[in-house]
Ligand binder design. Sequence first.
Ligand code: 8YV
Length: 328
Amino acid sequence: MQEKIVLYKKVADDVLAMLQQAHRVVQFDDINADNRAAFVTELQDAAGLIGASVKIDASVLDHAPRLRAISTISVGIDQFDPADLSKRGIVLLNTPDVLTETTADTGFALILATARRVVEMADYVRQGRWTHSIGEDCFGTDVQGKTLGIVGMGRIGGAVARRASLGFGMPVLYNNRRPDPTAEKAYGARFCSLDTLLQSADFVCITVPLTPETHGMIGAQELAQMRPGAILINISRGSIIDETALISALENGRLRGAGLDVFEREPVAPDSRLLKMPNVVALPHIGSATRETRHGMAVCAAQNLLDALSGNATRNVVNPEVLTPLPT
Ligand code: 8YV
């Protein structure tokens, strides 16, 4: 049965065609102050919603009485409250696997770029400051053989561990809700407490999802436990780290540097003190942002929505309890 879908992120023509072959699609390239009211109005009679990077909370859902399925073009689900969606009878679907390797590449790019001062040194050349054979003032720090601590051994954390262990001979420590025997066997990863990880690792990489439990989990106390000269990498969500505490740890020299793809507020403020520090590599949330992967995510999300609206949602379901009819 043809139903109405609201699309709130620009997607390729072939992805739009996937949706339009089965349903009527109202599309917004993105949602902003100028079109938010129109977006909410379009939801009045919509059965499906697909997009990313917009908070979908009661201020939206209360105006979508017929909404049955939301498909996010992301692995992160922090823009949603799955429990509330379940209460409303709305299934939420995401795109976990398609972006794992690309996002892990971004994490390792940040490890290398921050350790070897790649952005700073590229600017050094571009600014004409390379006038003689470089000296100690241009040195970075080694990556191979150093200890990597992974906070959150999920799909992306595991892919970062593989790169570290098999590619760079790095001992891998990890903290997770539960041990991961697969990662331990494949990469020699060692499960430990967050405190032990922070005290032992030369590089700490954040790959936990943002939840009420992980919000602010890396604060002043945790940063103070990190090894002097350690490097912090974040490819998950900015608000997992207390950004004010991070700035202090960088400014007081406790940390050698930070490689950040995500920030408490995005886009990061142009006057942020993080952007004034040469030992901070800041990226605009490009974790999954390759042509191939973003297209693959959009195709996955479109198929997820088509499956959900036809009653065939069997994969990538965040809140499967909503699909199980309550006992009569
Ligand atoms: C992008 C991400 O934010 O998948 C996620 O959770 O953080 C990134 O892939 C997402 O694709 C929305 O554009």
